[in-house]
Design a binder for this molecule. Structure first.
Ligand SMILES: [Zn+2]
Length: 266
């Protein structure tokens, strides 16, 4: 039994039983962790808007069970990133960010770097005029720092150089394939131009906050979004919320207007 006090970001919140909620956080100290908020769905509850996804909080959990589900004993909002909830483009981009972090991380495996990238990513979305580009750069950094760094320097399967062949990206191999491995691959491989490879390499050499200033447009932008989306889906084993809200029929419905509304899947 132990108390844990930490900064955290709310990833998702689901109804539980008659009046409770189970909330998944990505925290600074213990990584992804789930906590139960008792009586969170009563009209008068002590949580206010602190359980809404994308909210940055100070959190105290009490671990008392063996199933990894802690009790939320105290929670205060540090920043609710209210600008994120003002339009659907920002909501869908933020929901993709938290969904990727939720899907890609193991329980209680802390990464301070990932915590800061998530917090900075949500903060950047509040101001961003191009939310899909902000999200693309976020995804490149998250994949890099969670051990799914795509391999571009040599063939991801056999390790050989590419020679004159223009390599193709294999989501299952996690990188570019040489001609021989591409022909032998059962996977659907995507074309990846040298410009797109250079963009990803430059992005991950930079600090996240600096990389957010990069621009990608036209064909290269579409190619990168396609590759990163396909790769992220291969890594997490499921579809992530689409960035383009109009194309996102299965996007979770997020509460916008009501301060005390708590977001959950429809
Ligand atoms: Zn090869």
């Amino acid at each position: 039994m132990a108390h844990i006090t930490t900064e955290a970001i709310v990833l998702k919140s689901i109804r539980w039983g008659e009046s409770d909620r189970i909330v998944t956080f990505f925290s600074y100290k213990v990584g992804k962790v789930r906590g139960i908020a008792r009586e969170a769905r009563k009209m008068k509850n002590r949580f206010g808007g602190a359980l809404e996804p994308f909210t940055s909080v100070n959190l105290t959990l009490f671990d008392k069970r063996s199933d990894n589900l802690a009790s939320i004993t105290a929670i205060n909002i540090v920043d609710n990133f209210s600008g994120l909830r003002e339009d659907l483009g920002r909501i869908s981009a933020a929901s993709r960010m938290v969904s990727l972090v939720e899907a890609i991380t193991a329980d209680r495996d802390p990464s301070h770097k990932l915590f800061f990238i998530l917090r900075e990513g949500l903060q950047a979305l509040v101001e961003s005029e191009d939310q899909s580009l902000t999200t693309l750069i976020f995804q490149i950094h998250v994949l890099t720092y969670t051990g799914f760094r795509p391999q571009f320097d040599h063939c991801a399967s056999c390790g050989k150089d590419f020679g004159a062949w223009l390599p193709r990206f294999s989501p299952s191999a996690g990188g570019l394939l040489c001609q021989g491995c591409n022909q032998a691959s059962w996977d659907y491989c995507l074309e990846m131009s040298p410009g797109s490879v250079a963009f990803v390499q430059q992005t991950r050499r930079m600090k996240f906050s600096v990389a957010l200033r990069l621009k990608a447009e036209g064909h290269m932008r579409r190619e990168l979004e396609d590759i990163i989306d396909t790769y992220a889906r291969a890594v997490v084993g499921k579809r992530l919320p689409a960035i383009d809200f109009l194309a996102a029929e299965s996007l979770p419905v997020y509460g916008m207007a009501n301060k005390n509304s708590v977001v959950e899947k429809a």
